[in-house]
Design a protein around this ligand. Structure first.
Ligand SMILES: Cc1cc2nc3c(=O)[nH]c(=O)nc-3n(C[C@H](O)[C@H](O)[C@H](O)COP(=O)(O)O)c2cc1C
Length: 284
């Protein structure tokens, strides 16, 4: 078993943590992390990912407490950072794999926080020796969180409305975007969709939309207009899509439902700024 707790327990118990105890990791924990991240080398859509545990132990740094995170993360000594080879769906594959890692860290009782905007790519790039064909979509601190969230953390969470999620009728559809999918009509897939709904996303924008056609689930990205998380060097909403794919995939697998990802865009009337990403199909 990859995780000691059920995937639904891990997804519901995870939340972003931005204030850490300034401790080094126990050697046993350290090697468990290295072992797990070293195995996340391929996303479900075929792109190569690599991850590294970066330890910050230079006590002389001026911005020591917030190393490379513009002060958004307090006292973390360890970060998991990674890179992915550019391709057609590399943002999604990276999102999928880093979320799997984040859920594994949750399973190990460690705090994490997706960082796609508030970290210095210029500091992490050289540490990762990022090649010209690679990008660093996001990173996470990892470690023991403080007992209570620091005030700054609470302010950020309040600003991003981090505890709230959109309701089913905004996110999930039955056959077309004009008919919302109800929990009862989702049947055995309801849990997996609920786990998508609870996923973390950049600025908590929750851009994923899913249309069901029988045993096939078409994943769409509903882009946030003028979103700052979309620049040439980063497309955080496609990373969000990878996170949604991860939650869906791990939850159906745990339920014993067998299927896989396929490119199969249906002809649907799309809302403005919506993009087809990928479909998941149950094997018969
Ligand atoms: C791709 C991605 C990028 C993110 N980037 C940042 C970031 O740069 N800084 C930050 O403080 N939080 C960042 N977050 C965390 C989100 O704000 C957070 O996941 C969301 O508000 C939901 O809160 P929760 O994770 O506690 O459930 C990011 C999340 C994701 C998924």
């Amino acid at each position: 078993m990859e995780f000691s707790q059920s995937i639904t327990e891990l997804i519901t118990s995870r939340s972003s943590w931005r204030s850490y105890k300034s401790q080094t990791l126990e050697p046993e924990l350290h090697s468990q992390i290295i072992d797990y991240i070293n195995r996340q080398t391929q996303g479900p859509l075929g792109h190569t990912t690599r991850f590294q545990l970066i330890e910050k132990d230079d006590p002389l740094r001026i911005d020591n407490a917030s190393f490379g995170t513009y002060g958004f993360i307090k006292n973390a000594r360890n970060f998991i950072a990674g890179a992915v080879k550019k391709g057609t769906r590399h943002w999604e594959d990276y999102g999928y794999n880093l979320e799997k890692i984040i859920l594994k860290m949750t399973d190990l009782n460690l705090g994490t926080c997706w960082l796609g905007g508030t970290f210095k790519r210029s500091e992490f790039g050289p540490l990762l020796k990022v090649g010209t064909k690679e990008v660093i979509p996001a990173i996470t601190p990892v470690g023991n969180g403080t007992k209570n969230r620091a005030i700054r953390d609470r302010v950020i969470r309040w600003g991003a409305k981090s505890r709230t999620r959109r309701p089913w009728e905004i996110l999930f559809f039955d056959g077309s975007f004009s008919l919302p999918l109800s929990v009862s009509n989702a049947g055995k897939f309801a849990k997996a969709l609920e786990m998508v709904r609870l996923a973390p996303s950049a600025s908590n924008r929750q851009p994923w939309r899913i249309v069901r056609h029988g045993g096939t689930f078409h994943f769409y990205l509903q882009r946030t207009p003028n979103y700052s998380g979309f620049t040439k060097s980063k497309d955080l909403q496609r990373v969000d899509m990878g996170i949604a794919m991860c939650h869906f995939d791990l939850t159906v697998r745990e339920a014993g439902i067998v299927g896989g990802w396929i490119e199969s865009e249906p002809k649907l009337d799309l809302l403005e700024l919506a993009e087809y990403i990928i479909s998941w199909e149950e094997y018969k």
